[in-house]
Design a protein around this ligand. Structure first.
Ligand code: FAD
Length: 467
């Protein structure tokens, strides 16, 4: 059968992984096809993930800061929420970015093929779109089909009041009572949005802490703040059943301290994401896929089939956009004949909650588990002039050092804008910085960034009391 399109590099999926790989390969002179089933480029991150959630979280922060300022002498009154306007603001933000991507693809002469692609042989993908089927023949392929929200079975998913993160970002309404199932990053970010907009929020988490994966001390200031605002935060609790009734969704809980069955207007389920590796017929190209749907790769992002690469959420955790884009560049460069490798030492994680919680590299829990001799430098924001000035002293900055070399191994920060602050430590870890390198670096005053320098000084024993 004759191919409809031939190319050197075919990228399957146009999320942060896919579009970055396509653009990099095109910049390296390759002829590139980018296959995407949805109408816009940008994948989960731009359309229904990172970007719309942060646009709404900013609105939440403005509302919260205005409310908080009442105690400092300025009162704005209760916010009037025009949901249609807020929704169109979010859509405008998304549209600006996805539209920009379409322009960049055109500029680079990347051929975008719309439709659902599946491998039919080691060098061919068939794309089923609105205008029929197209066969794409390639020299190299990069699988970047991403992931999707886990839908817990047994819940009444055909009821419109049941939401995954995509539904929650649509902002159909502000429910009076919202149950969030899953206390991870995505669940807590959406909880923050709906709480600020006026919902009574209840969070239920199966494990014994919110945001599993982060050190417990890092999460505590967030949990304390949320506990005062939310209807409930229930740890070590399972949602056993949800029953759709005309008057609401009746949730039944299990666990030692499980609450009584309760009616909610809406339920958001955010219990993780599952990779789409098993949905592209990769086995027809001989590509190995695990039972869970991940595609194993080497440091050059190659699958077991040397001319087929995989990147992004479907190659493994953490499922983060900035990991996908870095892997994407490696795959595109290797496909174009370069000797690149994915050698990042660390990948930062951020929850854009209020306060934000960020961490990078080794956690204290990991260090203990691995028996690593480590020391901690911790700087409480209660000693930061800037934190006092903005009325946000609940957080801290913690750096983790190797006791023998004094090199920084990891960090955690809880504060407004902790996501921005953690980038410095990611660089310090990549550069192999020692505590003295960080402590001797002059940070601008008065900023929360000083807390990174101060944490290093605390570790070294050279810190003064207040900053
Ligand atoms: P995806 O973005 O999932 O893109 C895959 C693309 O492939 C999709 O467009 C899909 O339609 C397409 N596709 C799949 N199968 C096919 C097929 N057979 N044919 C054609 N096309 C196909 N990460 C962060 O780093 N920071 C954040 O703040 C953040 N916030 C998030 C908030 C939410 C609510 C969610 C859900 C996720 C968030 N993430 C965040 C995670 C981030 O969105 C993902 O890590 C990132 O999008 C992964 O990129 P990817 O390229 O691997 O795949």
């Amino acid at each position: 059968r004759k191919a409809d399109v031939e190319c050197q590099v075919c990228v399957l999926g146009a999320g942060p992984g896919g579009y970055t790989a396509a653009f990099r390969a095109a910049d390296l002179g390759q002829s590139v096809v980018l296959i995407e089933r949805y109408a816009t480029l940008g994948g989960v991150c731009l359309n229904v993930g990172c970007i719309p959630s942060k646009a709404l979280l900013h609105a939440a922060r403005v509302i919260d800061e205005a409310r908080q300022f009442a105690s400092h002498g300025i009162t704005f009154g209760e916010p009037q929420v025009d949901l249609d306007k807020l929704r169109s603001h979010k859509e405008q933000v998304v549209g600006q970015l996805t539209g920009g991507l379409a322009g960049m693809a055109k500029q680079r002469k990347v051929t975008v093929v719309r439709g659902t692609g599946r491998f039919v042989s080691p060098n061919e993908i068939e794309v089923e779109g609105e205008d029929g089927k197209k066969l794409v023949r390639f020299d190299n392929a990069i699988i970047a089909a991403g992931s999707q929200a886990v839908k817990l079975p047994g819940f009444p998913w055909d009821d419109a009041r049941m939401m995954d993160s995509t539904d929650a970002l649509e902002l159909a309404e502000i429910p009076k009572n919202l149950l969030v199932v899953g206390g991870g990053i995505i669940g807590l970010e959406m909880a923050c949005v709906y709480d600020a907009l006026g919902s009574r929020v209840t969070v239920v988490e199966l494990l014994d802490q919110l945001m599993p994966g982060a050190d417990p001390d890092l999460v505590r200031p967030l949990q304390q703040r949320l506990s005062k605002r939310y209807a409930g935060i229930h740890l070590k609790t399972k949602v056993a059943r949800i029953e759709a009734r005309p008057e609401g969704l009746l949730a039944t809980f299990e666990g030692e301290k499980a609450p009584e069955p309760t009616l909610y207007d809406r339920v958001l389920v955010a219990v993780g994401r599952s990779p789409n590796g098993g949905k592209v017929d990769a086995q027809k190209a001989g590509v190995q896929v695990t039972d869970r749907g991940f595609i194993p790769v080497d440091r050059q992002m190659r699958t077991n089939v040397p001319h087929i690469f995989a990147i992004g959420d479907l190659v493994g955790n953490p499922m983060l956009a900035h990991k996908a884009t870095h892997e994407a560049r490696v795959a595109a460069e290797v496909a174009a004949g370069m000797k690149s490798e994915f050698v990042a030492r660390v990948i930062p994680s951020v929850a854009y909650t209020d306060p934000e919680v960020s961490w990078v590299g080794l956690t204290e829990a990991d260090a203990k588990k691995q028996g690593i001799a480590y020391g901690v430098g911790k700087f409480p924001h209660a000693a930061s002039g800037r934190a006092i000035g903005i009325g946000r002293t609940e957080g801290f900055t913690k750096l983790i050092f190797d006791e023998h070399t004094h090199r920084v191994l990891g960090a955690g920060i809880t504060a407004p804008n902790a996501g921005d602050l953690i980038a410095e430590v990611a660089l310090a870890i990549e550069m192999g910085c020692e505590a003295a390198d960080i402590g001797l670096t002059i940070h601008p005053h008065p900023t929360l960034s000083e807390s990174v320098g101060m944490a290093a000084e605390v570790y070294e024993g050279t810190a003064t009391d207040i900053y």
